[in-house]
Design a protein around this ligand. Structure first.
Ligand code: CUA
Length: 340
């Protein structure tokens, strides 16, 4: 008895299933990850998403037409037994010219909304916009709010419903500012100020990341974005504008003394205590959830480990090991994390 021949061999089917599973899981994790670009939470992100979907649908239509014609031609003109060699054709001028024109027209149609979107991102900022001066540095982010006259690091707080105008500065090398869920990205280039404008629409916590290779700890150059309701944002601003809290417990007091006597003051600002400008402002360090460009949870244990060996956590970091150990780092960490 002859066995019926399957149109596909079993290994081929298994391979296709495996590829489908991998692709769908990739797709799912991209959809759901904190770095997703397909769930925009700002007007700018939505604009980019709409453009992306528009082009995707158009190209899906083109794909179906082209692949449909190809498959149809494969079956329709398949070689049949005993068939003579068909007439040999070398080029078809009318066909070639027409599909060249057709695709030029398609590119032109895609180009129109794309260019419109590019121009939209370069419009002047609204007079009521919240301006944030962003400095991308090796390897951390500084956020200065000129309107409120303070700086923070690696933690960007924004209100919903108000346009934010980021002015991007690069004091050292090229970086790229990117908050996938809010839209982007834009290069941060030395000797010029690039801008990006967006209005956050959904309160929540989003992740940002440097998206341009900028040296050893490029991948560690992250930040967090917290989008608040208006009242919560005003409260955060009021807290940040306050002078640093005075330590109350003995360990933190000792830490404050140590800080003021150490070379920390050459790089870090704690308002009223020190005025360094090369490294993150620590006035309200304890209010931040993470530190070291969003690498570590902000706990006294982690801060102590960081002070003893910063390069272990962030390779290439400019902050040196100041030789402080044991009780000294414990005291410093207690002081810094008390700066809520
Ligand atoms: Cu900064 Cu990559």
């Amino acid at each position: 008895m002859r066995r019926a021949r399957l149109p596909f061999r079993v290994p081929t089917v298994l391979l296709l299933v495996a590829v489908a599973v991998v692709l769908s899981s990739c797709g799912w994790s991209l959809w759901d990850s904190p770095m997703t670009t397909v769930k925009p939470k700002s007007d700018f992100g939505k604009g980019i998403q709409d453009l992306f979907m528009l082009i995707s649908w158009w190209t899906l239509g083109i794909f179906i037409v082209v692949e449909g014609a190809l498959v149809w031609a494969c079956f329709r003109y398949r070689e049949k037994p005993g068939q003579p060699i068909p007439s040999q054709v070398h080029g078809h001028t009318v066909l070639e010219v027409s599909w060249t024109i057709a695709f030029a027209v398609i590119l032109l149609i895609i180009g129109i909304p794309t260019i419109q979107m590019i121009f939209r991102t370069q419009e002047p900022e609204a007079a009521s916009a919240l301006r944030v001066e962003v400095s991308g540095r090796q390897w951390w982010w500084e956020f200065t709010y000129p309107e409120y006259k303070f700086s923070t690091a690696n933690e960007l707080h924004l209100p919903i419903g108000r346009q934010v105008a980021f002015h991007l500065h690069a004091p050292d090398v090229i970086h790229s500012f990117w908050i996938p869920q809010l839209g982007g990205k834009r290069d941060v280039v030395p000797h010029r100020v690039n801008r990006i404008m967006l209005t956050p629409e959904v309160p929540g916590e989003y992740l940002g990341q440097c998206a341009e290779y900028c040296g050893m700890s490029h991948a560690n150059m992250r930040f967090r974005v917290i989008v608040h309701t208006k009242d919560d944002f005003d409260k955060w601003v009021a807290d940040q504008r306050k002078p640093p809290v005075e330590p109350t417990d003995e360990l933190a007091k000792k830490g404050q003394e140590l800080f003021a006597q150490s070379t920390c003051v050459g790089c870090h600002t704690i308002r009223g205590v020190s005025g360094g400008a090369m490294a993150p402002d620590l006035t309200h360090f304890g209010s931040r959830k993470t530190f070291a460009a969003n690498l570590m949870q902000n706990t006294p244990e982690n801060v102590a480990k960081w002070i003893e060996n910063p390069a272990h956590m962030k390779p290439g970091v400019l902050m040196p090991d100041l030789g402080m150990r044991g009780e000294q780092t414990k005291a410093l960490a207690a002081y810094l994390t008390s700066l809520k």
